[in-house]
Design a protein. Sequence first.
Length: 126
Amino acid sequence: MQIIKRISPVLLATVWISISEFVRNEFLVKQQWVDQYQQMGLQFPSSPVNGAVWGLWSLLFAVAIAILSKKFTFLQTAFLAWFVGFVLMWVTIGNLGVLPYGILVYAIPLSLLESFVAAWIIRKTS
């Protein structure tokens, strides 16, 4: 029973993160991703294995938030998670020339919301 109490906040946060990522990237900014890859002479990766890797990313992000939440306040946890999960990713993919910068108008506020809600889920269900 103790293991379920420890795992369920992470799983609930993983579900939230996965839904948030899917909605943002499939419905709001997918065309910008596709166009960016097309300009590079590449096809945007959207096979099931890519979705599975993003599912794994969501789980790992939730685990990181759970770990951070044990050491930091709610606000510190949410901002640190956002910085580590998103800002560092954007710097990396921007450096690789893959990031369509126009998505940041949507991605910044929605990723902040994603991080805050995930931190809240973990805090409230732990």
